[in-house]
Design a protein around this ligand. Structure first.
Ligand code: DGT
Ligand code: CA
Ligand code: CA
Ligand code: ZN
Length: 585
């Protein structure tokens, strides 16, 4: 078991102990130990095998034993026993936002509540509001939290679903009876979260293809299998639907099952206005509902269907009835950004704060990937939980990065590590570093990391104050949402976009799978105001470089082109823009 997995279990043990009402010192020891592991300079495995865990401050004998057991066997008897000693319903309640171990304990003690269902009932009956330390507001929040958790549990992150869809598609493609195949639904449209996976294939032998699909590895259950359709549940719990149609029907079925439903409704209406009928089986010369092949208008591709209905091609990402029809009536849609247009990421972390690689390791790896630049923008001191840097350490880091760049240049490597910070926007809108320090850095991102509970007006004022500082290049993850975990904070995003337009500040599209923030729905507005986008990995590990691909998918969904995206620029032009931004004000 690796360092992060061990740290996660220690944190969980602390929470479980707290749930049991254990002594707070004991509880805190686990959280502290987890934090100590996160900032180790050496591999944990090495410390364990050399019997040197005792060198880590704050890790006593008992914890050393537990960590050793976890690292060497991958399990911990103490942890299993602890989990088994607590009602699972209480543990499940921990997932409700705003409900910590202390409140759960009180609910259990005072009202005998030991499950989410019992809690929901007690809230609806108004019993929770009466408890000491709760009140009406808390009761409403708990109810909202329960509902939100239910919706969250039914959906999956795009980043989780994409590789599953690709894998299934590869398996279908490999089958000799498959003529054409594609993903459909929200996955093909690159929605930020996915309900189920939709797949479509054309074949002359649908039964053979469906049998093959239902027998693929990685499938835990077949829910239904008919003549044209099968539904399965994958091992990870996600449902996948496959439909198999004739090759003549394929483009129509693909369009229909790609959706969105809203987009389909408009398409159907356009067909009716032209004396035609559109459904999943075809486009028909008919005034009434039909699926008669003799009446079908032959179309080999989706492009041809759009053309028959007086439209230029609309890429799947944009099929949301969110303005795409007006564009596709006027002329060809602009060429959307491709992920290979991106030259680097301007928001990333290193071991100096909460990242997992040193700047030197990052430089090597990102240069090897073929990127032209990579900014190291660690946290500032107010983010102490992420080991944020103070001015002294940041200046030290800047020196180190300059040396790395000199070395790379000496070796003839065409790559630049950029200096920077992800500076905290403090509660009152001031920044966590003074201007003279910010001015020394190549890239400055300003982000909100604490005090999420301000009113919309205060939060909007706070963020606008930050983007008005001419030294700030980029507003980081503008709404603070964590998909399927935490709602965005209250903020008037349009007012923030207006302020960025007025000051020339760029807005981040944070490509971390949990964020995808700024939301794709707001990019057309930002673009109309001339605000530039920066697609950032917010990388904490090397592998996170691949988030560029995810970010580009969401940017396409927002209708962005290469010209809208700052980090599609080669290094010299990027440097020019970074400097120009600061001269503007
Ligand atoms: P999801 O799975 O909740 O993330 O969202 P989708 O968009 O993948 O929806 P899903 O899986 O229920 O259906 C796939 C596509 O099938 C959907 O995007 C459009 C089409 N579709 C499904 N039901 C209807 C319907 O009642 N009317 C129309 N026009 N299209 C539908
Ligand atoms: Ca779906
Ligand atoms: Ca579906
Ligand atoms: Zn951040």
């Amino acid at each position: 078991m690796n360092r992060d997995q061990v740290a996660d279990i220690l944190v969980e043990i602390g929470t479980l102990l707290e749930l049991k009402g254990e002594n707070p010192f004991k509880v805190r020891a686990y959280a502290n130990a987890a934090r100590a592991l996160q900032t180790l300079a050496e591999p944990l495995e090495k410390l364990v095998s050399e019997g040197r865990l005792g060198e880590i401050p704050g890790i006593g004998e008992a914890l050393q034993q537990k960590i050793t057991e976890l690292v060497t066997t991958g399990r911990l008897a103490y942890y299993e026993d602890l989990k088994n000693s607590i009602a699972p319903g209480l543990v499940a309640m921990l997932e409700i936002p705003g409900l910590g171990p202390k409140k759960i304990q009180a609910l259990h003690r005072e009202l005998g509540i030991a499950s989410v269902e019992a809690l929901e009932k007690a809230c609806r009956e108004g019993k929770v509001a009466g408890l000491k330390g709760f009140g009406e507001k808390t009761q409403t929040n708990i109810l909202e939290g329960i509902e939100r958790r239910r919706t969250y549990a039914a959906r999956h992150l795009l980043a989780e679903a994409l590789p599953l869809g690709e894998e299934l598609l590869d398996q279908l493609r490999a089958h000799p009876d498959v003529i054409r195949c594609s993903t459909g639904g929200s996955l093909r449209r690159c929605r930020e979260t996915i309900g189920d996976l939709d797949l479509l294939a054309s074949s002359k032998k649908p039964q053979a293809v469906l049998d093959h699909f239902a027998g693929l590895p990685g499938i835990s259950k077949v829910i239904a299998k008919g003549e044209t359709k099968a539904s399965v549940v994958l091992d990870c719990g996600i449902q996948a639907d496959l439909r198999v149609v004739s090759d003549a029907e394929y483009p129509f079925a693909l369009m229909y099952f790609t959706g969105s439903k809203e987009h389909n409704i408009v398409m159907r209406q356009r067909a009716i206005e032209r004396g035609l009928r559109l459904n999943e089986y075809g486009l028909f010369r008919s005034q009434s509902e039909t699926r008669d092949p003799a009446l079908r208008v032959a179309c080999r591709t989706e492009e041809e269907i759009y053309e028959k209905l007086g439209l230029h091609y609309i890429p799947p990402e944009m099929r949301e009835d969110a303005g795409e029809f007006a564009l596709a009536e006027q002329g060809p849609l602009p060429r959307l950004l491709e992920w290979t247009d991106l030259k680097g990421s301007l928001h990333n972390h290193s071991t100096w704060s909460d990242g997992h690689q040193t700047p030197a390791e990052l430089a090597r790896s990102m240069a090897d990937l073929g990127l032209a630049y990579w900014a190291v923008t660690d946290h500032s001191k107010a983010s102490f939980q992420a080991n944020g840097l103070d001015a002294r350490r940041l200046r030290q880091q800047v020196r180190e990065i300059r040396e790395i760049n000199l070395r790379l240049a000496g070796e003839g490597v065409e790559f630049r590590l950029l200096t920077g910070t992800e500076v905290d926007i403090l509660k009152d809108g001031r920044l966590d570093f003074a201007d003279d320090l910010l001015a020394e850095l190549d890239v400055v991102i300003a982000s909100v990391h604490q005090s999420f509970n301000l009113s919309e007006a205060d939060m909007t004022r706070r963020i606008i104050a930050a983007v008005q500082n001419p030294l700030v290049h980029i507003l980081g993850h503008p709404t603070g949402r964590l998909l399927l975990e935490r709602e965005p904070y209250a903020v008037d995003s349009r007012a923030v976009i207006d302020a960025c337009a007025a000051t020339g500040t760029w807005i981040e599209l944070n490509a971390s799978p949990l964020r995808l923030d700024l939301d794709w729905r707001l990019w057309p507005y930002a673009r109309s105001k001339g605000v530039k986008c920066v697609i950032n990995c917010d990388a904490h590990r090397l592998e996170h470089a691949e988030f560029l691909r995810l970010g580009a998918a969401v940017a396409r969904k927002g209708g962005l082109t290469r010209a809208d995206v700052v980090n599609a620029l080669p290094l010299p032009q990027l440097q020019k823009e970074l400097a120009r931004k600061r001269r503007r004000n």
